[in-house]
Ligand binder design. Sequence first.
Ligand SMILES: *Cc1c(COP(=O)(O)O)cnc(C)c1O
Length: 425
Amino acid sequence: MRDSKSLFEAASRLIPGGVNSPVRAFRGVGGEPFFVARGEGARLWDVDGRSYLDFLGSWGPLILGHAAPSVVAAVTEAAARGTSYGAPTGLEVEMAEAITAAYPSIELVRLVSSGTEAAMSAIRLARGATGRSILLKFDGCYHGHADSLLVKAGSGGATFSIPDSAGVPGPLAQLTVTAPFNDLDAVRSIFRERGREIAAVIVEPVAGNMGVVPPRPGFLEGLREITRAHDAVLIFDEVITGFRVAYGGAQELYGVRPDLTCLGKVIGGGLPVGAYGGSRQLMSHVAPLGAVYQAGTLSGNPLAVAAGLATLARLRDREVYRRLDALGAELERGLRAGAERARVPLTVNRVGSMLTGFFCDAAVTDYASAKRSDTKRYARYFHGMLERGVFLAPSQFEAAFVSLAHTDADIALAARAAAEALATA
Ligand SMILES: *Cc1c(COP(=O)(O)O)cnc(C)c1O
């Protein structure tokens, strides 16, 4: 069996950076990634025989932990009946029923194969339905890698954006405007200037991709009011938060109804699924009902949907969200105590089972304040945790995810590891 080092050498000769998604390469923390042999519950084993308590959770989907027996059984059963048909199945109807029952804002829903596809399609729909072109997004929010979304703020406040990736045409990036997260004044001023051109506002209702940043009280409500007043579409990207912060997602937790919702991660139970949905009126623009085209060979794939349904079946018991919150709260307490003892400035943001510790003193409320975190210190902390058998995201600007497979003892173990790692970070 090849070890992680030789696998990474081979991978680096054949795959860009040795990985199939950039953050996995550990560039944000230094060092080389380990290669996974298997996962079970809250733990991962690498090909070198080491085990890790996992708080990455495959970047969010694994709310039941690795290889949850009910998910494995559902996938195995589905696979025996065939892996893809390109024709509809009852599983897709069950998934649509589960999603629309949990999200009153969703009357019609379309399944896709990733969060990227969900966000990209929702934006196309918003543009097609409004006949407008401009998209407003927030600095530090991530919605997958579609061209319109790979932009960063240009100079000045309410200016158009510039490409954040080579290969994104400048004129396309200019159709995206960015504002700081949690800044309603910036949003109001952009709408005052260009309200009639704005097709949609897309937001992570709880930001997870600059590290966890909760919405300020009134922020989501304000977005709802402003978009409604200007006939723009409000898109909640709940790819992380959907079925994670509550069964009904952030829209249930904060009581704000968007026009369109993007889902992914948890609804696939660790297999590739995304979804977007909204009112019957808006979704009726999607082909074959309407003129907005969107399709997929593997959309609604039976294995993926079976895994998702098995996951949602466990989550339907609302008690699980109290459990996830309690585990998250205990981890938060452990981190704060460890940081205090080590005299390390640490700001911990948490919503339920998603949490980030930023290495800075001040509150983190948007991307600018998140970036004040000492990322070199995070890198030392990350490696300190890894040496102690705890796996976190290999970047400061990500969430740690607690799953139902984590036990009180696991959280205590992580807190002890953190106290030690923080003391030397
Ligand atoms: C992960 C993520 C996406 C992209 O989903 P993929 O399945 O990786 O394409 C989109 N939006 C948010 C908020 C995400 O966290």
